[in-house]
Structure formats: C-alpha cells, structure tokens
Design a protein around this ligand. Sequence first.
Ligand code: ADP
Ligand code: MG
Length: 705
Amino acid sequence: MSTKTELDPVFNPKSIAVIGASRKPGTIGNKVVENLIEGGYKGKIYPVNPGADEILGLKAYGTINDVPGDVDVAVFCVPAKFVLDSARQCAQKRVKGMVVISSGFSETGNRKDEEELVAIAKAVGSRVIGPNIVGILSNSTKANASFAPCLPYPGKTAFITQSGALLIALDMATFVRKMGFSAMISNGNMADVDFADAIEYYDEDPDTSCITLYIEGLKDGRRFIQAGRKASKPIVAIKSGVSARGAAAAASHTGSLAGATKIYEAAFRQAHVVPAHTIDELLNRSQAMSMQPPLTGDNILVVTNGGGIGVLATDSAERYNVPLSAAPSDLQDALRKCMPDFGSAKNPVDITGGAGLEGYKGAIAAALKHPWVNGLVVLYCETAVTSPPDIAKGVIEAIKATNVTDKPIVAAFVGGERCDQARSVLSDAGIPMFDDPDKAMSVMSGLRQYARFLDEGREDDFKPHKDVDTKAAREVVAEVRKAGRTSFTEPEAKRLFAAYGLPVGRCFVAKTEDEAVRLAGEIGFPLVMKIVSPQILHKSDACCVKININSVEEVRENFKTIMANAKKFKPDADLHGVLMQEMAPKGTEVICGSINDPQFGPTIMFGLGGIFVEVLKDVTFRVTPISPHQAMEMLPGIKAFPILQGVRGEKRRDQEALADVISRLSQLVYDLGDEIAESDANPILLYEQGKGLKVVDARVILKKK
Ligand code: ADP
Ligand code: MG
C-alpha cells in the first residue's frame, strides 16, 4: 500500500475516537475533545471513557469496541501503563491510526513498550504517530486532534516537528505572522511514522505546497534522503543539536572532522532540502516556498523607495550568495520613466521616497515583463505621505496586471503598525512580506536553491564502477579480523583501496635491512620508507616516515632509524617491518575519507590537506555512494576550491581524476558498510589536469564486532 493510501485516513480522518476522554477541565482528555469540537471538526467524534455517558455534550463509549461506526483515528490520552491494552482494543476495532499523545516510552528509556505498541499496530496495518506528542492538526478536515489551543492560521505549508512545545508555539505565531499551515504534525518519538513517511504523504496532499520540518534526529537517514529527493514539492528544514559530537574519540582524520553540522548539510543537499538556521528563517522560507515559484535564474531586481534599505538588501544578497547585478540598459530606460530625476534605475532600483504608488506600479510592470528579470523584491520604507496598506494593494494590482506568475516576488516593508496591516493584505494575495530586507534576500536565496535542486533532477545518477574487486577487498578485511585487529596498517589499507581502483603506487614491506636494500633495487630511487605497525597510526608523530631516499646507504641507515624510533615511541608496539614505496612527485595535498554515521551510514569527506583540514576544517561531506559527477559537484563545497582551479599561474588540478577517486572510495565504503568504520586517504597528491593523482597514505578502521 502506498504511504498516501495508508496515511490518508490518519492525517485526514473521517472519525476520531479519544481514548481517555475526560469531563474534567484542564486534563488532556478533556482538551482534545474540546479542541475537536471548537475547531469545527467535520467528521465524527467518539469520546471513550468507561465511567462517563456523555462528555462535552457528546455521547461517550465504555471502550472503543462499543463505538458503532468505523474509527479512522484513535487519540490516546491515557497514562503510558494503559496504552498497550488500549492499542490492542484499537487493533481489534481496525483503527487505522493511533495518535499516541501519552508519554513514558523511549524518551524515558522505555523502548520495550514502544516496540510492542508498534507491533500491535503493524499486525493490523495500523500506523502509530508518536508516542510523546502534542497531537495532529489538519486545516483540511478542521481536525484539531491535539492539546494545542487551536487550529493554525490557514496556509499551504505542512509542518512536521519532533518538538511538541515548538508546535504549540508556532501554531500561535502563525496568527501574528499571517503565515499559515495546512497541517501540523507532532511526531515525537517517531516509533513508526517518521519524516520520510510525512514527506511522502504531504507531497501528494492537494492542500499542501511546501513541507517544513523541525528535526532533532533521524532514524533512517537514507530513507529520508530518498523521500526528499523524490518529492515534487519544496522542503525546508531546520536541524537542532548540530554542535560537535563524539568527535574527540575518532581515530581517523575524517572522524574528527565529522560534526553533525557537516553531515546534515550534506544530507539536506542530497535530499533536496533547503536548510534554515533559525525559526525565523524556517518560517520565512517556508512561507515563500508555499506561495511563490522557484527562482530559476540569478537575476533578482530590487525596487525600493529608500536608498538605505536598498543598500542593505544589496549587502544581504551577497551574503546569501545571490548577488545583485545591474539591470540591462533597455530595462533601465523603462524604469527611469517611473521615478524622479534623482532616482536610480540600476539595481536596486530607487524610485525615491517621493515616487509613491505610481512609481511602484510602473517599476513592477516594467520589471516583471522584462525577460532578464528572474525574481522581484519590493522594498518599502514607511513614509509620512504614503499609506503602507495602499501601497500593498497597488503592488498586488500591478503584479496581477502583468499576468506573470512564474517569477518569485517577495516584499519587505519597514515601518510600524500600518506595515503590519500591509502584511495581511500581501499575504492574503500570496506575496510573503517581511520586516527586513535581509529576510527577503534569505528567502530569495532559498527559492534559488530550490530551483537548483529541480535542475539536478530527482534521479540519483550513481552507477557502480564495474572494475572493482569486492571479493579481494573482503579478503583483506578478513585477514585483519583474523589477526584480531580493527586498524589496518598502511599496506593493508592500500591493498583494500587498490581493489577499488584507487592509484596507491607500488609498495612492499621489508622485514630486514638486507630485504630493504633488495626491494629498493626493485622500486628504484627516490623512495620513501615508513614503519608498518598496527599500533602506530600517525607515523610522522613517531618520526617513522623518511622521504626522498636516494642511495643504498640511506636505505640501510633509515631502516635502523625507523625501527629504533618506533620502539622508542611505543615499546610494546608490534612492528611488521618497514614499508618501501616509490616517492610520488610533489603535488597539491588533498584528503578524502569516510566515516560510518549512526544516522546516515557510510559518509564520504573531501578537503585540502595540511592547514586547510587541520586548522580551518575546510571539508565537505556526502552520504555514499556518489557518482564521479556528484563528486565533481562536491569540490566547490570547500572554501579552498580556487586552489584546485589553479591560482597564481598554476594549472588547474586534475579534478576529474580526483572525482573518480572520491566516487570509487564512496563505493568501497558503501559496499563494505557492514565492516568499515572509518577510512582516510591522506594525503592524496593531486597533479595538474590530465596527470592524475597518487594516494600516498591510507588508513582504515573496522567496526568493532
Ligand atoms: P602519517 O602516518 O604521519 O600520516 P604519511 O604516510 O602520510 O604519514 O607521510 C607523511 C607525509 O610524507 C605525507 O603527508 C606526505 O607529504 C609525505 N609522503 C608520504 N609518503 C609519500 C610518498 N610515497 N611520496 C611522496 N610523499 C610522501
Ligand atoms: Mg598521512
């Protein structure tokens, strides 16, 4: 059954039973019944309470099985200890959705009952929302099946939140903001229905045009990415709790760099979810996305009656990465006719304080009809001689007269109470209005981001590389496991990488000085010598890496030094010998690695080496596997990207070769996701266009089993 069919009776119920309905004011069981009545719920309401005949004027039933008709949704308002019994009765009654407000489940450590609850529901094809929630609110059916005070201001955004308190707060905020919701879903512990389900459902809901999420954590990150990518409606989300987590314990470079922020940034991008960083940004972007089309090009025109807010808008535009450029000359000519001589027709277009309504009307008409303009921002500073609500009405008229509907328009009116009135006027006409030009620009950048996602398409273009040897890779893993270890030595890690076609260069382990000399003869000079020991992961720290070795004498001397240094560094370390490898020519040092994220699974990282990664943490992530094409798109995600483009006379680096390696490593850690915890190719020496790269150091850590 599709998510839509399965969840339709849950999110749009025709009948609702309230388990634990109460006559006592102030209880949740009383509030939910009252809310359903006062919200004007269109379906049937069945209060269930063994000790009451009537609640708030409605006939009450002893158990759910006494209810005469079908019940789509049962809202649980009983204490946790009664939930399972009630759920069994609901299952008998074939209730389609169990909305479990009751708390006292996994959030307090009681996982067992939560799992039991889901099992009871699943057995009869019923779905569970919660537990530990405020309830669900739908403006479509006027169902306020919650203890939030009332249904939200009407709108076309579906809001799904893990925080119930935030649901109530934002429910109230919608009336002040004139920013409405089609539905508000509190999903709490997400024992069953999660964000992916809600995305799939509201993507097909005719009353919803934008999906907004407040996320604390995901249970199945990959399903979330798939659901987001497949959705045809814009999704805006905020993730709370993105500060560093568990990074200190990580054994690899990649592990220590993977904060939740970076991983979620990547996952949102891959899920085609527009991020928000504050509640304000979340609501503003959602409102605009629910009302306006995507911004399909970079040309935003700003029309303003005040120079100051125009300049502020210009600054913000740059900060949000949607910089303004000057309007073409024919458009400037047309605009100049709508303003006094001292106005400006460039961008922002300053029609000046004296221009009034006619100025706005003329400028809007000229702008929207011009093919260069992709989106319009209308700014207004309250003046003594103009009325904000009148300006708002005029702006709407002018927009309507152009018949242009495929270009996004947002407004920012700066001023007092009369601007609040203008907000209602504009919002009712589908034009989001804010009190700060910065917010208008943030919203425009969100609309631009969304348009870019649409360009990307919904297909995931990953196709596995065929010339990989998964069997050989698993053999290396088995060897390391057999030795009772989780960390690979460099030659082991390189064998693993080589199985997936990563260019690791030739290397051999020498157990004795004489063997080192013999191997040096095979490899040729110059060469590099390093210690091989599972206990010495950071070889330079132990002074056990010697580069640019050019003679037999040096080989002998360095063999002795490396073994001695290793013993000094860690007397009980298990020394396998000295790794002899060809010395790669100088190149740009980059790092590529992976971690196995608890929510998203194998996740790949890329950044430049050296101080870029150590100090600036200038890295970017993707959930694996990714194609070379997706890897190419990952590269500009770091600040140091211009170095790969070639600066100060240097040639462009071989980005294609790099993308191929990132993609191959992503496939490796994905295929062996059950085994590999972390990996690093650090450094990779990257050469100029056409000359490829070399992985000169490799590290792999297995999952603990
Ligand atoms: P560590 O365990 O300390 O990370 P590496 O193997 O990365 O040791 O070696 C330290 C540095 O030596 C590298 O960052 C790189 O600059 C250089 N290096 C290591 N191996 C090679 C090689 N085969 N060719 C050229 N330079 C190398
Ligand atoms: Mg290294």
